[in-house]
Write a protein that binds this ligand. Structure first.
Ligand code: HEM
Length: 430
């Protein structure tokens, strides 16, 4: 097969410019237009820097499942010059012990241990506590009527959930949010020297905290994930357990907050879909899948070639970077009918927001459960939700989310609390 047959574009300045625009273009503009242009002009693009960019669902999906690609060192390379070398090594050593930045065989061994606690059956045990947390959050919305959804609800629910899952004492949770935010910035490509220093401080603080907490759980086990890992981590070192505990916060925090925000925004801007979901709450699991597809919190995911290999018809050398444009793949017309339309009843399988293959998001089932409980109770409780003022997005295309989302909820006059939804079980679509 020739590169022409598979739509590969090489040495194409226009396509390179479209790629740059898709990632770094006007932060105010709708990025999906840029993702579409790139997918149409160059679905498989080899940039002049040698990065392979995939915008079609099928190519990205196959790439994620290919063992010839894995984690490279690009996240740490961008820290060089911003931190002294020995500190870059400290950051790299820590994150290489985590699932996110390791490769087989270490990744396979540690992932097996963590997978056991994140199966649909296992996370279903959290449905009760999740429902109670959601009801408290909705009480706050109802009392205030008009509030900033991000500040009052979306930022706290995911942190509370991961803290509960791991067994972090409630009194310790308050200080986590700013530290986690600093740590997330440490791994973003555009981090500056000051941000990198703050991120390293957060990393040291959180890793020290979890090392101590693991020792405490080993001596006094309770019914939580950290206790299970501390007493039966099956060959995981303490560094691996601590690094992955920190990772769970980093991975769960902004992503889930942004999913809740993006979902509420989708309902507010599509009142007919909001009404449809209220009429038929059985659609909630499909609506959650659609929010994840339509406007995902993360619009790209990367891999590096681990050896000489061919991906989407392009020959790669070890270390060559591959970027999957999730935002483009999720709206690929070869995969989804009418892909730019929000359809809360869509039944066409999940997008690539959690990716696929060995590194697929560990928290996917938990996220679906939490978001399902949240949206079922939200629409069950409030007959109408609308903007109270203009929303404000973060100036980033890579991590999509709202800084501020002012909404007004209209409450029913009758009972305050919604009965627990009959079933918000996520569809078995994976
Ligand atoms: C809307 C919410 C979420 C989104 C959009 C999301 C998205 C992602 C993405 C894109 C990756 C990288 C996958 C790759 O590179 O192939 C990832 C990995 C990961 N996520 Fe999530 N995530 C979410 C929620 C969560 C939650 C709630 C948790 C945990 C409680 C979590 C834990 C993880 C972990 C541990 C990894 C690393 C897995 C590995 O490399 O083996 N995520 N997630």
């Amino acid at each position: 097969m020739t590169t022409q047959d598979v739509g590969v574009r090489t040495v194409d300045a226009t396509a390179d410019a479209l790629f740059t625009a898709a990632l770094w273009g006007d932060q105010e503009a709708d990025p999906y237009e840029d993702f579409r242009r790139l997918r149409e002009r160059a679905p498989v693009l080899l940039t002049r820097h040698g990065t392979l960019v995939l915008s079609r669902y099928a190519d990205a999906h196959a790439m994620f499942r290919d063992p010839a690609v894995g984690r490279g060192d690009e996240a740490f390379a961008s820290l060089r010059g911003k931190l002294p070398d020995h500190q870059v090594e400290e950051v790299e050593q820590f994150w290489r012990s985590s699932l996110m930045f390791s490769n087989p065989p270490a990744h396979t061994r540690v992932r097996r241990v963590f997978n056991r606690s994140f199966t649909p059956q296992h996370v279903a045990r959290l449905r009760g506590p999740i429902g109670a947390d959601v009801e408290h959050a909705l009480d706050r919305l109802e009392e205030r009527r008009t509030s900033d959804f991000m500040e009052d609800v979306a930022r706290s629910l995911p942190v509370d959930l991961v803290a509960r899952l791991l067994g972090v004492p409630p009194a310790d949770r308050a200080g986590f949010q700013p530290l986690v935010r600093d740590l997330v910035s440490l791994l973003e490509p555009g981090v500056d020297a000051e941000g990198a220093e703050r991120g390293l401080h957060a990393q040291r603080h959180l890793s020290g905290y979890f090392t101590e907490l693991l020792a405490h759980k080993r001596a006094h086990p309770a019914d939580d994930l950290l206790s299970r890992l501390a007493t039966d981590g099956e060959g995981c070192s303490d560094t691996e357990l601590a690094a992955n505990s920190v990772l769970l916060f980093v991975a769960a925090f902004e992503t889930t907050s942004n999913l809740l925000g993006q979902g509420v925004n989708a309902l507010v801007t599509h009142p007919e879909e909001q009404a449809r979901l209220r009429r038929d709450p059985g659609l909630v699991p499909h609506a959650v899948e659609e929010f994840l597809r339509f406007d995902p919190p993360t619009v790209v995911a990367s891999r590096s070639a681990l050896r000489f290999c061919t991906i989407a018809g392009v020959d790669l050398a070890p270390g060559q970077l591959v970027i999957a444009m999730i935002g483009g793949a999720n709206r690929d017309p070869d995969r989804y009918d009418d892909p730019d339309r929000l359809d809360v009843g869509r039944r066409q399988g999940p997008g690539l927001t959690f990716t696929s293959g060995a590194h697929m998001c560990l928290g996917a089932h938990l996220t679906r459960l939490q978001a399902g409980e949240f949206f079922a109770r939200l629409i069950g409780r409030f007959p109408h939700i609308e903007y109270a003022d203009s929303p404000l997005r973060y100036p980033s295309r890579l991590l999509r989310g709202f800084h501020r989302l002012p909404i007004t909820v209209h409450a029913r006059r009758t009972a305050r609390r919604t009965p627990a939804p009959a079933s918000t079980g996520f569809p078995r679509v994976l």
